[in-house]
Design a protein around this ligand. Structure first.
Ligand SMILES: [Zn+2]
Length: 167
């Protein structure tokens, strides 16, 4: 199995898990539920095009742990992880997938515009709900301890305060 195949399967399994399917998030006139994450999980199984297909790539070069790239209309979109994934098969990778998939949900809502800051805030809240939704014995992330594996960069004090407030 190639890294790209592993990541694609990890996205599908994470989004279809009961932990993700239980997410319900209402803000303003909008509502995100497990159905939205099912849509994204199915989109990664489709041919990449402007309608429903979503690409999965491991060539992310940005500063974060991963990204969502929505290109111009007609050129599809992609969920990205670095060539050497930081958090392969950990709770942190699953939270990253839920976070980037939340951006994908907004991109899939044709005709709906969500402001950039709102888009980002809701994605962080969604990944922290996923973290809290685990059954007993499931791995969870404790930002107060920051048990992310290396080479994760240490949180700034501001990042840490926000994450603890969310959790
Ligand atoms: Zn984001």
């Amino acid at each position: 199995m190639t890294e790209s195949q592993r990541f694609r399967e990890k996205i599908r399994a994470t989004l279809m898990s009961s932990r993700c399917q239980k997410i319900v998030l209402a803000f303003g006139a909008h509502r995100i539920t497990g159905l939205d994450y099912s849509y994204v999980a199915l989109a990664v199984l489709q041919r990449v095009d402007a309608v429903v297909g979503l690409d999965v790539r491991n060539d992310y070069q940005g500063k974060g742990s991963g990204g969502f790239e929505s290109r111009d209309p007609g050129h599809g979109a992609a969920i990205l992880e670095p060539p050497h994934p930081l958090f392969a098969n950990t709770i942190h990778e699953e939270m990253l997938i839920v976070h980037e998939s939340t951006h994908a949900v907004f991109a899939a809502w044709k005709g709906t515009t969500v402001r950039r800051l709102m888009n980002e805030a809701v994605a962080y809240i969604a990944d922290s709900i996923y973290n809290r939704n685990g059954a007993s014995g499931d791995p969870t992330f404790d930002p107060a301890v920051d048990n992310r594996p290396p080479p994760a960069k240490p949180f700034t004090p501001a990042d840490r305060r926000v994450m603890i407030a969310e959790s």
